[in-house]
Design a protein around this ligand. Structure first.
Ligand code: FES
Length: 187
């Protein structure tokens, strides 16, 4: 810890120096985007949440190496970084699936069958909310109203809102994302 002089100027002059960022976890260029974001945040512990957002936006999830990097870069204990990452459902600790299905469970969609859609996905593909199918084809998430209540029950398939869904209709829509052996996954 820097020593403060009688005037306190010593502390201020040292504190104003930016921390050196740790080495990037890999040569992946997306880390440069993340490190730029961390510099903008001042490389301080209070930037942890926003730093996590920056990593997840760049990579889609927070891998262990990313959490270690954030801990080193922001001066936060690694245990705390893991704690924050697991506390907020928004943060993904595993790679997302190739496709996403967000099931709305807001009031209107809940009343008109949203839970049945979610259950059907779980039964047919063995995936729970916040999870990804074992083969990585599909990630399922839930939302609390996506703003299209007149279309309830609504889902968001790869970013596109689709309303008036039934469990069968959703299963039909996602079926093409599960390719047979040797086939490429359609996107
Ligand atoms: S409750 Fe589902 S869109 Fe509003």
């Amino acid at each position: 810890m820097p020593e403060e002089g009688a005037s306190g100027a010593g502390w201020r002059s040292v504190a104003a120096q930016p921390r050196a960022l740790p080495p990037l976890p890999s040569a992946d260029k997306r880390w440069r985007i993340v490190s730029t974001a961390l510099r903008r945040l001042g490389q301080r512990p209070h930037g942890l949440i926003e730093g996590m957002h920056a990593v997840q936006e760049a990579f889609g999830y927070l891998e262990p190496a990313a959490l270690r990097y954030l801990a080193d870069a922001l001066g936060v204990p690694l245990a705390k970084v893991f704690g924050v990452a697991t506390f907020y459902h928004h943060f993904q600790l595993r790679p997302p699936g190739a496709h996403t299905c967000v099931v709305c469970l807001g009031t209107a969609c809940h009343l008109r069958g949203g839970p049945a859609i979610l259950a059907a996905l779980g039964t047919a593909h063995g995936v729970k909310p916040g999870g990804t199918t074992p083969g990585g084809e599909l990630s399922v998430a839930v939302a609390r109203c996506i703003g299209t209540c007149s279309l309830a029950p609504a889902v968001v398939l790869d970013g596109a809102i689709v309303g008036g869904m039934s469990p069968e209709a959703v299963l039909e829509r996602v079926s093409g994302w599960f390719a047979g052996p040797g086939e490429d996954l359609p996107r």
